[in-house]
Design a protein around this ligand. Structure first.
Ligand code: 13P
Length: 249
């Protein structure tokens, strides 16, 4: 099934988050895609109670690699799982920029998430300078080589890789479907070669995805879904994306 993940970043109070879920939960389109909502940590318990065992899954926007201890401000994989999460975002570029997350840390976070039965959504992406200098494929490979190092094929299969070029995030300027197709093919080949995985790896695209441009990516047929920021905040817009993803547009 295709994946449609809503990364709310630092948006929405609990009341606003519940209103969103109430608006989306009624849609008959749910169940035809893996719909994942990534709210703020504080909104997770209330949303978990609201969605119950329904078709919307929850994920955290980060997870720390240690299970417990003297790590002020961190949140563990066991804690987010207990709160109702099934997914965990790892190393989003905004966390790389604001909180110093890197690929070594991503490696430890992915292992911690997997150990708790969470599905990690591991984010990679090149900056504008790397894109323009032409060395971006090497830079991307360096990212996942570190983060996925030593994972078995079975573990790697449970990791979702999200390709989010930094220059496309929140800029209104998405990568072209052709650019996404090229990178997705290279990531797939690179990860498969590194992990011994044969198939079944899921790759998402994120960066200024909107109802108006999602068809171009879908037409390429090279990715398994989307990680959406801005356009995921409004339930109507999110449902328009979902409609396109499940083939109803
Ligand atoms: P936008 O969809 O707002 O560009 O954000 C993408 C993103 O960072 C999702 O994780």
């Amino acid at each position: 099934m295709p994946v449609l993940a809503a990364n709310w970043k630092l948006h929405k109070t609990t009341a606003e988050a519940i209103a969103w879920v109430d608006a989306v939960q009624a849609s008959p389109l749910l169940g035809r895609a893996d719909v994942v909502v990534l709210p703020g940590f504080l909104q997770i318990p209330a949303l978990s109670a609201r969605i119950g065992h329904g078709p919307i899954a929850l994920g955290s926007q980060d997870v720390f690699w240690e299970e417990s201890g003297a790590f002020t401000g961190m949140v563990s994989a066991a804690q987010v799982r207990e709160a109702g999460c099934r997914y965990a975002l790892v190393a989003h570029s905004e966390r790389r920029r604001c909180a110093g997350d890197d690929d070594r840390g991503a490696h430890a976070r992915i292992r911690a998430a997997l150990a708790q039965g969470l599905t990690p959504i591991y984010c990679i992406g090149e900056g504008l300078r790397e894109r323009e200098s032409g060395g971006f494929q090497r830079a991307l490979k360096a990212q996942y080589d570190v983060a996925l190092d030593g994972l078995s094929a079975e573990q790697a299969q449970r990791v979702i890789v999200a390709y989010e070029p930094v220059w496309a995030i929140g800029s209104g300027q998405p990568a072209t479907p052709q650019q996404v197709g090229e990178v997705a093919a290279a990531i797939r080949a690179g990860v498969l070669a590194r992990t011994g995985l044969r198939e079944g790896m899921r790759i998402l695209y994120g960066g200024s995805v909107q109802p108006q441009n999602i068809q171009g990516f879908l037409a390429q047929g090279t990715i398994d879904g989307f990680l959406v920021g801005g356009a995921s905040l409004d339930p109507e817009e999110f449902l328009a994306l979902l409609k396109a993803v499940v083939g109803g547009a």
